[in-house]
Write a protein that binds this ligand. Structure first.
Ligand code: NOJ
Length: 560
């Protein structure tokens, strides 16, 4: 690949750092992270060398799904602060050269949004068509699966008007009716409102679900979570995104990323290719769902490196000609990267964290890095259902109990896979509540915070934190790591993930030992002569092109 052929963009070259505001820093002792807390930590965020921050929803919300149920799209949640706090925070990021991306949650609103209150009040209310309704006199509506519902159905019966409304998520999250042009206009106006305030982009929550199938047909033979692919193939999805692009997006220098359940290598180009004029990037879920059965019950596949490499390689090369990809290991919906993909035992935690960060920052595609992973935060692994706050785990637990299923198995699996694992308070230091809050945190702090925290790692040049800082600089200094072609080596090796990135005459080799044992491996002849750019161990044992790699060793080399 040649740099001169690349369409260079700031959102391709930047590293995104995701902040879950509820758990980052509490400034007023109510146990909930807030915007003033983020303001206090701006210098820390800047010190990481990241370029873009994505904030999970901070809009007004009754918080049944932690802000993914919005009751006012133009205001700030009381727990988080005020609009003037928001403006100060935005200015603070911009003053440090960091862009800010907000969450856009418009597949559904909260059931407490004024639109829904009006919509449910009577069948002839002007807002009735802002949502999807099925009149009860037509009988039971066709089967629709819900992600979170305690009964499993995406239709909720509402007595007031003797009708069912559609909610792909919780019943407090009714789906907006994008088929209604007024709804689209409201959403586009709201997006202009935030862009005019100066934000730099949107991460679009389950945006692939916005177009529903006319007349709510039966999806013959498709049940349960298999419906995800059907939900994502609504007939007017691309028409609406193109319209959004023309009406809003193309008027600003901003970035967009779809959260794309149901996206795959066959349909992804329709969403992200430049000439489609829709969105810039997308998250697929193939790698994070490897090893997950229904209700996030875990199977052994999540440690299958050969399968993982196959998935990652297919996505890393999918955008060689057109479009652009993303790289991520986790977010507020998935387990901590070190627990899921690495080894979170005290012996291997630090090195495996560094290896996973090396992977994300040397792959083709914009890296999305989740707060706390830079210090190697681990899963919380809650023992009891009482410790959970997440409605997903709680509702699935209740549903499993009601079915007479194995609720204990669900709990065991959720120690590994549950969403609350990544939502525990950020670990700043070893004082009470990890320096997150002087009050009682809304979710328990993970037990190991006295060992794993920012203060303990700041002064140690070899800590995961300082290694992450070196990695962001490495990516910035080497456009080969951004735009270079990706080429997988040793596809069938069960422990080693090795690949090259090449741009013009520059070739960078990345070698990662995904195991807690030493591995010996032979790499291409060309690697006999090379310069070590970064290494998570003091030394690299190699003779010519034979490498002896320590557990979780990660090295990045420039070939001469
Ligand atoms: C995806 C979000 O990331 C998740 O946290 C949320 O529960 C669902 N979409 C519903 O909005």
């Amino acid at each position: 690949m040649q740099l001169k052929d690349m369409s260079r963009q700031w959102w391709k070259e930047g590293v995104v750092y995701q902040i879950y505001p509820r758990s980052f820093q509490d400034s007023n002792g109510d146990g909930i992270g807030d915007l003033r807390g983020i303001i206090q930590r701006l210098d820390y965020i800047a010190s990481l060398g990241v370029d873009i921050v994505w904030l999970n929803p901070i809009y007004k919300s009754p918080n049944y799904d932690n802000g993914y149920d919005i009751s006012d799209y133009r205001d700030i949640m009381d727990d988080f602060g005020t609009m003037s706090d928001f403006e100060e925070m935005l200015a603070g990021f911009h003053a440090r050269g960091i862009k800010v991306v907000m969450d856009l949650v418009v597949n559904h609103s909260s059931s407490e949004h004024e639109w829904f209150k009006a919509s449910r009040s009577s069948r002839d209310n002007p807002y009735r068509d802002y949502y999807h309704w099925w009149p009860a006199e037509k009988g039971t509506p066709p089967e629709r699966w819900s992600y979170f519902d305690e009964q499993g159905s995406a239709w909720a019966f509402d007595e007031q008007t003797n009708a069912y409304y559609l909610h792909y998520f919780d019943k407090t999250q009714p789906d907006l009716n994008w088929e209604n042009p007024k709804v689209r206009q409201e959403i586009f106006d709201m997006m202009h409102y935030w862009f005019k305030k100066g934000i730099d982009g949107f991460r679009m929550d389950v945006i692939t679900f916005i177009s529903k199938h006319d007349g709510y047909p039966e999806f013959e033979g498709v049940h349960g979570d298999k419906m995800i692919d059907v939900y994502a193939s609504g007939p007017r999805l691309h028409q609406y995104l193109h319209e959004m692009n023309r009406e809003v997006l193309q008027h600003y220098d901003i970035m967009t990323v779809a959260e794309g359940p149901g996206t795959n290598l066959e349909n992804i180009h329709d969403l992200v290719d430049e000439d489609r004029e829709e969105l810039n990037m997308n998250y697929h879920f193939e790698h994070v769902e490897l090893g997950l059965d229904a209700r996030k019950i875990v199977n052994d596949d999540h440690k299958d490196l050969v399968k993982f490499k196959k998935i990652m390689s297919a996505w890393a090369t999918a955008f060689d000609e057109k479009g652009w990809g993303t790289q991520w290991h986790t977010n507020h919906d998935f387990p901590r990267q070190v627990t899921w993909f690495g080894d979170d035992s005290p012996e291997h935690r630090e090195q495996s964290s560094k290896l996973l960060s090396t992977f994300l920052l040397t792959m083709r595609g914009t890296p999305y890095y989740y707060m706390g992973d830079e210090i190697g935060m681990t899963n919380a692994k809650f023992e009891s259902i009482e410790d959970y706050n997440d409605l997903m785990t709680i509702n699935w637990y209740n549903l499993t109990v009601a079915e007479g299923g194995d609720a204990q198995k669900l709990l065991e699996s959720h120690k590994l896979s549950g969403r609350d694992n990544a939502r525990t308070p950020f670990q700043w230091d070893s004082t009470t509540n990890a320096g997150f809050s002087e009050g009682t945190p809304w979710l328990k702090v993970t037990g190991n915070y006295t060992d794993i925290n920012v203060a303990a790692q700041e002064g140690d040049p070899d800590s995961p934190l300082n290694f992450f800082r070196k990695l962001t600089k490495l990516r910035k200094d080497n456009l080969t790591l951004v735009y270079g072609a990706y080429n997988l080596l040793l596809p069938d090796d069960k422990y080693i993930y090795a690949y090259t990135r090449s741009l013009d005459d520059d070739v960078i080799l990345v070698v990662l030992n995904y195991s807690s044992e030493e591995q010996v491996v032979q790499l291409p002849e060309a690697s006999a002569q090379c310069e070590v750019l970064i290494n998570n161990y003091q030394a690299l044992e190699k003779t010519a092109n034979d490498y002896k790699l320590a557990p979780w060793q990660a090295v990045v080399l420039r070939l001469e």
